[in-house]
Design a protein around this ligand. Structure first.
Ligand SMILES: Cc1cc2nc3c(=O)[nH]c(=O)nc-3n(C[C@H](O)[C@H](O)[C@H](O)COP(=O)(O)OP(=O)(O)OC[C@H]3O[C@@H](n4cnc5c(N)ncnc54)[C@H](O)[C@@H]3O)c2cc1C
Length: 338
């Protein structure tokens, strides 16, 4: 712990979507705890909701010192103006040194608005956060120039230092049920809820329920799949292994599979136990979305494909030969007949 930084703490913007506390809030609270320990400061989490499916106290066991709950039926549907105003007000009250939010759609909407209101900087979509031991400044790392380099950005002059972080960037540690912290309700004046937006309802887009981020196995296909119909090979394998189907941007751009399946810099970040990269070359942008997988199995006919540099198991050959053989072998092991 370094006592010499006069930090006023770290504020995490929590996200409650349709009554469900987003797992990224646990991840970010735990990361904020580590950063706060480096600074010798504390962690607050702000939650805005009308209903919530877990007790806000759980965030204390992940590292929060204080959970601030803005609970109001008018927060049922996401409204950027309202959430930005409440976050702005909380920042003015707490004067945190650092404000973090998950780089979800709402985090990506609210944080830039509030950064502009505060006339401070914001680093979006970070994949790494550290404290500079010399200055106590937040080191905000993110891919830049199309993902070809990693840039570390500081906000030396303006406060707070604000960053959004891609969900699943950091591991969620085991909670510590013995930690102590407070949960406080916030009373908000009516003017906080004034908005030019009239929210009529929330409709789920078809395909949005594709959840590859929670799967232990992800089987992804790239341009090597050649056409949409061939994705059935990957679906068969994924189904046998209880996994989900992912894709490279090339496959998505060719409309062989929908965008919710895209893995990578401009898609989803996945960290499954096993990741199959099938007919995927292994561009830096794709790796940005899957390099933390437990075991990477690459299937590619080009022995020089960059994916083999990160693969734990590399199968060099024609995917149309290899994938059906893997499917047959898994079926035989499971005693499933074809
Ligand atoms: C700002 C930016 C953001 C991006 N975001 C993403 C992102 O989120 N996700 C992403 O994936 N990409 C992203 N990209 C695109 C990225 O740069 C690559 O173009 C893309 O990942 C390539 O997809 P691919 O590997 O499927 O295709 P290719 O690079 O064309 O590779 C196809 C591979 O298939 C192999 N192959 C072909 N036929 C067979 C066969 N029969 N059997 C076995 N192997 C075969 C080939 O050897 C080759 O290695 C982004 C790019 C930019 C600039």
């Amino acid at each position: 712990m370094r006592e010499h930084f006069s930090s006023k703490g770290i504020l995490v913007l929590g996200e409650v979507r349709s009554g469900h506390l987003h797992p990224a809030v646990f991840e970010l609270t735990a990361k904020a705890r580590l950063l706060a320990d480096d600074l010798g400061s504390d962690v607050s989490v702000l939650l805005m909701y009308s209903d919530i499916d877990v007790s806000p106290e759980r965030l204390v066991s992940y590292g929060a010192d204080r959970v601030l709950c803005a609970s109001d039926s008018r927060l049922r549907l996401f409204d950027q103006e309202v959430q930005s105003r409440i976050l702005f007000r909380t920042i003015k009250d707490l004067e945190p040194e650092i404000v973090l939010a998950p780089a979800t759609t709402s985090g990506r909407t609210v944080m830039p608005a509030v950064a502009a209101m505060l006339r401070t900087g914001l680093t979006a979509d970070c994949t790494g956060l550290d404290i500079d031991p010399a200055t106590g400044q937040l080191l905000q790392t993110r891919p830049a120039i199309g993902g070809n380099i990693m840039a570390t950005i500081r906000t030396p002059e303006h406060r707070p230092q604000m960053a959004t972080v891609r969900p699943r960037t950091f591991a969620i540690p085991e909670p510590d049920p013995g930690r102590k912290g407070s949960v406080t309700g916030m009373s908000l004046p009516d003017h906080c809820f004034e908005s030019r937006v009239v929210a009529l309802g929330l409709e789920r887009r078809s395909g949005d329920d594709v959840n590859i981020q929670d799967r232990d196995v992800v089987v992804s296909g790239g341009k090597g799949m050649k056409r949409s119909e061939n994705f059935h090979l990957l679906r068969d394998l994924a189904e046998l292994l209880g996994g989900g189907v992912g894709a490279s941007r090339m496959a998505v751009d060719h409309k062989w599979i929908g965008y919710p399946h895209q893995v990578g810099l401009s898609g989803k970040v996945v960290a499954p136990k096993v990741y199959f990269a099938v007919g995927i070359s292994g561009s830096v942008q794709h790796l940005a979305g899957m390099h933390t997988a437990g075991l990477i199995v690459a299937i590619n006919k080009d022995p020089e494909a960059p994916i083999f540099r990160v693969a734990d198991i590399g199968l060099c050959g024609d995917l149309f030969d290899i994938v059906p053989r893997i499917v047959r072998s898994v079926m035989a092991r499971k005693g499933v007949s074809g």
